[in-house]
Write a protein that binds this ligand. Structure first.
Ligand code: ITT
Length: 197
């Protein structure tokens, strides 16, 4: 069973592979087929954007595709950065700085805040002409004050999952996969693969 991973984010492909390759599901990366077009993410939800990425890429590549739209929602920031997580600043340190600065601003105005957050991941599977399925995964935690750890990617160094003392960057990849939003969405996909594909 083979899917094209419709993402320019190599960390996502690695997490797909870690979880689904043991089940015999293979992922082709965009550069193995000479690249894929950049899909404009103009939806208003993770579901819409994941479906857009999956369908447009399946139409282009004429094969089954796996796409992921994901992000971080922070309660004290009215759920920002949300679907704009990748676009919140130019690079990862910049994105983290913006989030931490905005939380400080809110704290100055309101006093003590809870810093509650969740990561969301929506996986869409498509074939040419049709979105076949979407799966949503979530994980809850808090945003700490200073980045910690070197593993993972994106906002991992500032996300402390509930029930853990380590940030996503300090956990091993296996630990992160076992509780993460992406791991959770991929687990939901597993039954679908086993039964239908
Ligand atoms: P593609 O659209 O090419 O898949 P992308 O990185 O632009 O790659 P998204 O539009 O879905 O992907 O944006 C997701 C952003 O949310 C990502 O760049 C990170 O900043 C953040 N994010 C998502 N999952 C994350 C995770 O597991 N750990 C840390 N940050 C994550």
């Amino acid at each position: 069973m083979k899917f094209l991973a419709a993402t320019g984010n190599l960390h996502k492909i690695e997490e797909f592979r870690n979880i689904l390759e043991p089940l015999g599901i293979e992922f082709v990366s965009p550069n193995e087929i000479g690249g894929i077009p950049d899909v404009e993410e103009n939806g208003t939800t993770f579901e819409e954007n994941a479906s857009l990425k999956a369908l447009e890429t399946a139409n282009f590549a004429k094969m089954k595709v796996f796409a992921d739209d994901s992000g971080l929602e922070i309660e004290d920031l009215d759920n920002a950065p949300g679907i704009y997580s990748a676009r919140y600043a130019e690079d990862n340190p910049g994105r983290i700085k913006r989030v931490l600065d905005e939380l400080l601003e809110v704290e100055k105005k309101r006093g003590k805040i809870k810093r509650k957050a969740r990561f969301v991941c929506v996986i869409a599977i498509a074939e040419p002409g049709k979105v076949l399925q979407v799966f949503r995964g979530e994980v809850y935690g808090t945003i700490i004050r200073e980045p910690r750890g070197v593993g993972g990617f994106g906002y991992d160094p500032i996300f402390l999952p509930n029930g853990f003392e380590q940030t996503f960057s300090e956990l091993t990849p296996e630990q992160k996969d076992s509780i993460s939003h992406r791991g959770n969405a991929l687990q939901k996909a597993v039954d679908y693969f086993i039964v239908k594909v």
